[in-house]
Design a protein around this ligand. Structure first.
Ligand code: SAM
Length: 481
């Protein structure tokens, strides 16, 4: 089953083109969500101007940066192990400096620097433009820290360098932070309050990607549907905006349309949505433009109204069903995927069965399922005992995963016999004679290479499948080339 948090890329050292006069080496590893991988591209861009090229060889690094994730305890433990490894290398390579970026930096700043002394630098997600100053501090032998969360930083003016790119698909950040305050989630504390990026800088980045040969962009944010540009500043301060600002504000549906029109041959995806912020307008725009992919990642977290309320998800299961019905009516072949949290405090067997019955109703194309991990500082950690025994969590999680697997197979099989447009991203991992690409619904398809090449849009007839992968043969170029 596919993963948003793609375990195969977690922790890979990211690489980019060499700068002409760069003499220092940056080794940068990323963990967690797509947003973190996208942020690392902003960091690499800022540091390229400071004389750093990226390297994948830890031993030659002058600066090691780890872009970290706090969403579950397991993610933090993985990073801790890496920090121990970097400290070992540091003993044989004393000029090497180590910095922690991202969500763990925000959460564990003083612990890392003062108590444990395992890093030289701690930089929160809104402070990357301060990196040149912070690096100067550590070059002069002092520890450096900046974890100030910003009201308006969106890095709209930084052109990211693309790390480990396939040259075909790229991420474009459109919002930062989150205001939703789901009781289980650490994001509002580590990434700050929600703000949106200037649409003109988004369009500029998309146009630039097209000119460089990219064929697909994913608009990224913790909660993209909540996008709102009214001249800058926090979303929650929109109520204080002037009449003119309110009248000319750009919401997510407007932005989607602007991007779709700016590059009509470019595929557009977005991630992640929150059901409470998804609008009919945005769904109508998806239906209207052929180049917006027919896939919505729509995390629900639970199928029980009682648990949804305890999670501070601002919708009921019935409202969620209505949204699913609207999507299916307006975009009949839309792929829908989910995130689910299993074993949230107080979850009963009945709540769990509500989750299974919600899944039966939607029959998601794929999903990302996690057992609840208590995160310090969140409302759930403060108010509720993590009272579901681990073996119950694991048993329920296994049931949810098994059901998702069935639905995944059911949805994949719906594509058999059809001819669908696939954008070629690269060689199949399993066979060099086959291409790998995705259809509009984000399902991976594999087919013989013939004369086609990376970046081509190809019509592929789907002959066979595994539970999550389509196997086919190319018919011809699609009319999108
Ligand atoms: N916009 C998304 C939403 O609607 O909730 C948030 C994306 S969140 C960064 C990624 C996923 O991590 C969440 O959807 C949730 O399933 C999972 N997650 C967040 N906090 C968690 C926790 N404390 N324990 C387990 N899983 C968690």
């Amino acid at each position: 089953m596919e993963k948003i948090i793609d375990e195969t890329v977690q922790g890979t050292a990211l690489n980019t083109k060499k700068g002409k006069n760069n003499s220092r080496k940056l080794y940068i590893e990323s963990y967690g969500c797509q947003m973190n991988f996208s942020d690392s591209e902003i960091v690499a861009s800022i540091l390229a101007n400071e004389g750093y090229d990226t390297t994948q060889n830890l031993n030659e690094a002058d600066l090691v940066l780890v872009n970290t994730c706090s969403i579950r305890e397991k993610a933090e433990l993985t990073v801790r192990k890496r920090l121990e490894k970097f400290n070992k290398v540091k003993r044989t390579n004393p000029h090497m400096k180590v910095g922690v970026l991202g969500c763990m930096a925000e959460r564990l700043k003083s612990k890392f620097l003062e108590e444990e002394k395992i890093v030289d630098m701690v930089v929160g997600p809104d402070a990357y433009k301060d990196l040149p100053n912070l690096i100067q501090e550590i070059d002069e032998g002092r520890n450096a820290v900046n974890v100030i969360l910003s009201k308006d930083e969106t890095y709209g003016d930084v052109a990211p360098v693309r790390l480990n790119t396939n040259g075909v698909t790229a991420f474009v950040s459109i919002t930062r932070g989150c205001d939703n305050m789901c009781t289980f989630c650490v994001v509002p504390f580590t990434r700050g309050r929600e703000r949106s990026r200037d649409p003109h800088s988004i369009i500029e980045e998309v146009n630039d990607l097209w000119e460089k040969g990219y064929k697909e962009v994913t608009l990224l944010g913790q909660n993209v549907d909540s996008y709102l540009w009214y001249g800058g500043g926090l979303k929650k301060e929109f109520v204080n905006a002037s009449d003119m600002q309110k009248a000319t504000a750009v919401d997510f549906a407007d932005l989607l349309e602007m991007v779709a029109l700016a590059q009509p041959k470019m595929r557009i995806r977005f991630s992640t949505s929150n059901p409470q912020d998804m609008t009919l307008d945005a769904i109508k725009i998806m239906a209207k433009y052929k180049n917006i992919c027919n896939h919505i990642h729509l995390p629900v977290q639970s199928g029980s109204n009682r648990i949804l309320k305890a999670m501070n998800r601002l919708h009921t299961r019935e409202e969620y069903f209505r949204l699913i019905d609207d999507i299916r009516e307006l975009i009949p072949n839309c792929g829908i995927s989910q995130d689910m949290i299993i074993g949230f405090p107080t979850e009963t067997q009945q709540d769990h069965e509500d989750t299974l019955s919600l899944m039966e109703y939607v029959k998601y194309d794929f999903g990302y399922m996690f057992s609840y991990s208590e995160r310090p500082g969140t409302m759930a950690a403060r108010k509720l005992d993590d009272d579901i025994p681990e073996e119950v969590k694991q048993k329920r999680l296994a049931e949810v995963i098994a059901l998702q697997r069935e639905h995944c197979k059911y949805r994949t099989e719906e594509h058999l016999g059809k001819t669908e447009e696939i954008l070629i991203e690269g060689s199949s991992k399993k066979s060099d004679a086959h291409w790998m690409g995705r259809n509009s619904q984000n399902i991976v398809a594999i087919f013989p290479k013939e004369h086609y090449k990376v970046g081509d849009f190809v019509n592929v007839k789907m002959n066979d499948c595994t539970s999550a992968t389509l196997l086919g043969e190319a018919v011809d170029y699609s009319d999108n080339n």
